[in-house]
Ligand binder design. Structure first.
Ligand code: F6R
Length: 361
């Protein structure tokens, strides 16, 4: 049932305020400025003993894991990174007892992720799951974890589950942070930010008509560049994946800092750039990157908290805490991909060559 929407993708994008409300519900502990995660199976002493965090997933879940890694590193101050599960399992990785491994999957059935979890468990590692489908293979195999509670996702491409997965990582990062060195004040700050998310998401969704107009402006592109820095880079990766999957427009995502090391050669009017430009400590650096693109006659669509004079167009999103801004900045770009694909007449819920869950190697 599409509930009055023309596609499941549109329904699922539109549901995100409620979905985020669900992942937060019942988990916030005001008294200690932390969150409770019932299924984690990790006591405080164990949480203090973690020396590294390694996050494994595929596709969109890998991108969500990249933001998860920066949340954990930022809030809990544990070195953390994300890697495609499929790469990890074939490179004979060193498995370390002080590393916490986290498998991320919407379906909980992606074969490469499941195989990585099984290999890790065989080697005695502790593996948590950040999973949407309750009781799925990865959820059962993991030692514990956090359910994402996005609800059923029918469209082949992931949208609401990406957003909820990142929120689930914010909860985990806050939980680990408050057991370790995150202050009460910072815990409160993040909780207040989390509570604001549903309303801010709704505000972004109400701007859909403007994003639709922008999609019409850029739908003639043969190729698009997506750039961001640090927290903005996984947002760029995910937005470029979404555009490729449903519109079949070629897209590249690069850290803005890497532009001058090669991809700047691609910039010309036929290759517009989407720039992720949050108002954080990197704003000036991002402005400089936009200036370089303009100097090569590139068109720029910025996603920012205030109008960007270097950009041809700006999609303005509400400001949250710096750590949580990537959650909001991804949402208008889901709509941009959606309306671009719609303008091109694509089969949005069932893009060519793709399956909802990849249960083969
Ligand atoms: C992208 C997409 C895929 C999945 C990937 C992992 O829109 O849907 O890239 O994210 O196949 O799937 P899960 O999360 O089910 O493990």
């Amino acid at each position: 049932d599409m509930g009055g929407h023309d596609t499941y993708m549109h329904k699922e994008i539109s549901e995100q305020a409620d979905a985020v409300d669900r992942v937060l519900r019942g988990r916030i502990d005001e008294k200690f400025s932390t969150v409770h995660l019932g299924g984690l199976n990790l006591d405080a002493r164990e949480a203090r003993g973690i020396r590294r965090v390694k996050i494994l997933g595929c596709g969109t879940s890998y991108h969500a894991g990249m933001i998860g890694a920066s949340l954990i590193e930022g809030l809990a101050r544990i070195p953390a990174d994300a890697e495609p599960a499929s790469e990890f399992r074939y490179r004979n990785p060193v498995v370390d007892p002080d590393t916490l491994y986290i498998a991320v999957s919407q379906s909980g059935e992606t074969y490469d992720v499941l195989a990585a979890v099984q290999e890790l468990k065989r080697k005695g590692a502790r593996v948590l799951g950040v999973v949407n489908v309750v009781g799925s293979a990865i959820a059962r195999e993991a030692d514990g974890g956090v359910y994402v509670h996005a609800g059923p996702e029918v469209c082949v491409v992931s949208t609401k589950c990406f957003t909820n997965t990142v929120v689930a990582f914010a909860l985990l990062a806050l939980h680990l942070g408050r057991i370790r060195d995150l202050s009460v004040a910072d815990g409160k700050r993040i909780i207040e930010g989390l509570r604001k998310l549903p309303e801010q998401i709704q505000e972004i969704l109400e701007g859909e008509e403007d994003i639709k107009k922008l999609a019409a402006e850029y739908a003639d592109a043969k190729s698009m560049m997506f750039i961001g820095r640090v927290r903005g880079y996984p947002v760029a990766l995910e937005a470029s994946l979404k555009l490729k999957e449903i519109s079949y427009i070629h897209a590249e995502a690069y850290p803005a800092s890497e532009l001058k090391h090669g991809p700047l050669a691609l910039i010309e009017p036929a290759m517009p750039t989407v720039a992720i430009v949050p108002s954080d400590g990197l704003l000036e650096k991002n402005r400089a990157a936009m200036e370089e693109i303009k100097a090569r006659s590139g068109r720029i669509l910025a996603v920012a908290h205030q109008a960007q004079e270097k950009a041809d167009h700006t999609i303005i999103v509400p400001k949250n805490e710096d750590e949580l801004d990537p959650i909001l900045m991804g949402i208008p770009l889901q709509l941009l991909a959606y309306h671009t694909a719609l303008a091109l007449g694509r089969d949005i819920d069932k893009p060519r060559n793709l399956a909802k869950s990849v249960t083969v190697e």
